[in-house]
Design a protein around this ligand. Sequence first.
Ligand code: NAP
Length: 275
Amino acid sequence: MPWMSTNTSTIGFIGAGNMATALIEGLLANGYSPASLWASDTSDTRLAALSQKGVCTTADNSVLVSKCDIVVLAVKPQVMATVVSAIAPTLAKHDCLLISIAAGITLASLSQWSHPRQRIVRCMPNTPALVQLGASACCGNSMISQSDRDATTAIVDAVGISCWLDNEKQIDAVTALSGSGPAYFFLLMEAMQQAAAALGLSEDISRTLCLQTALGAATLASRSAVDVQELRRQVTSPGGTTEAAIRQFESEKLREIVMRAMQQAALRSEELAKN
Ligand SMILES: NC(=O)c1ccc[n+]([C@@H]2O[C@H](COP(=O)([O-])OP(=O)(O)OC[C@H]3O[C@@H](n4cnc5c(N)ncnc54)[C@H](OP(=O)(O)O)[C@@H]3O)[C@@H](O)[C@H]2O)c1
């Protein structure tokens, strides 16, 4: 993480819940100094836990903004308008980069609640960020610079990997893929464990073998030089067991089901952003 070793930016998190804590832990694990991190929250307990790690804390979001070069908005989407409107006067006086990780909150809304010249990045992380295996996609408004992009990348990469989108509209597709994606794999694993139990395995063995198979398949795919289609071909011997299962998936139109499911997720993401 080259940016982190040289950068002296102070980073604040408004909302010290699951995602903010994961990001803070990722930054600390990557060598970032706790004295350069701030967190604010309505919960004293959450702040006390971070304070014990050396992170600076405050119950006042405006104080946090006044102390930081980068402010990460990590509150729930429903309270975002109230939170950003309340810190807007401080943002107007204090130049900082605003990064929102809230689902469904657009750059236009964030700009409207803060001020038109505010530098804003919108990121869509996912839950594996909690175990430092997140996948995030980011986009920014026209006010951000290359160094804002680099700083954002360094923060979200502390909990996984990230990419930048050409335009904000693509966030809906990202939400349908990596945002909601962990649940699709959970559903498939759930179904596989049920099927294994029906085939005579114990719940314990079904779970252990299923989770390790998912982990192994994802690791193999991420380390392989060939794409997943080719990996599937390589493990599907003609006339074998895998081919029998794959033929069944294909005849029951698994690909079309996935296409329709992800279209629904993207549509819902678009609707939530409009609301
Ligand atoms: N979790 C995920 O996997 C995930 C994935 C993608 C995006 N996100 C986004 O990440 C954001 C945070 O999600 P999360 O799961 O980390 O939520 P969370 O655990 O509920 O954390 C939000 C924190 O913000 C606090 N808060 C509420 N109002 C506040 C205020 N006015 N000022 C300061 N803090 C306030 C909450 O306190 P109280 O509990 O007392 O209200 C809570 O501690 C959301 O916008 C979500 O859309 C999350």
